[in-house]
Ligand binder design. Sequence first.
Ligand code: MLT
Length: 324
Amino acid sequence: MSFTRRILMVGTAMALGIAGAMAQAFPTKPITMIVPFAAGGPTDTIARIVGEHMSRTLGQTVVIENVAGAGGTTGITRAARSAADGYTIMMGHMGTHGAAPGLYPKLAYDPQKDFTPIGLAAGTPIVIVTRKDLPVKDLKEFMEYAKKNEKTINQAHAGSGSVSHITCILLNEMMKVDPTPIPYQGTGPALNDLVSGKVDYMCDQIVSVQGQVAGGGVRGLAIATPSRSPSLPNVPTTLEAGLSMFQVSAWNAVFAPKDIPADVAKKLQDALVKAVTDPATKTKLEGLGGVVPDAQRASPEALATLVKTENDRWVPLLSRKVKQ
Ligand code: MLT
């Protein structure tokens, strides 16, 4: 064997050895999980619960970084463009990875091509919530009130393409009401303004509003699922409340940039499954009304299918001009 060939073989072996050792060692430093909305909202809440458990499995802190703006697409764009090494991951959702291409013709990422799916973290049913002193006591009265006061009523949401935006587009169409939209950086701050009576209503994910609805800070008029949530047993379903067509649940899921090393992806995927199937984490998420996936539904394959199905569902529906 020639000297050059021997050197090349040694070099290759060393490179493979180093790559293998790096994957084995991953993670050797904290991991950043980008949350594309303000702190205190549903995505942030789920990221913190799931991230805390993932930290324990991975032996490194999962640091939450809130990068809000443009209905979550600012943070997801930043995360998609970060190094493909597993040290930057993100909590995306039905808006950022399902609906956004239907509202942003120049979206800087393709939800189906530009990510490594890690897995589903939680399903989040939608609740119609109003400020507590809006003069209505149920969904029927709210629909009449909204129609009568269409010129003055306003609706909070977390930016164009966010879950609270797209789901209330459906609700408003069904109610035939065109409210004044009030955009926020996330439904965390929007909920604060709903509690203090600065805005009239919104469509939010249950994990964010459960505490305020249960405590009477805001009024929960209906949950958009076929059956009531055990975490809000007094809130009727939209079917019970007279708007059976309004059925919608959102979801939040972990993604990494595309092309991260397969063994790094596997470590992240295993840590996520461990987090959502952990009894204490599950209890926390379910206590807030989250629907926690089993290991199969939390798999990367199931998430890739979900993103495709959601693009097929939302993009044609939203690809028209909507008031933001
Ligand atoms: C948030 O965390 O603020 C949300 O997920 C916002 C939304 O999409 O409505």
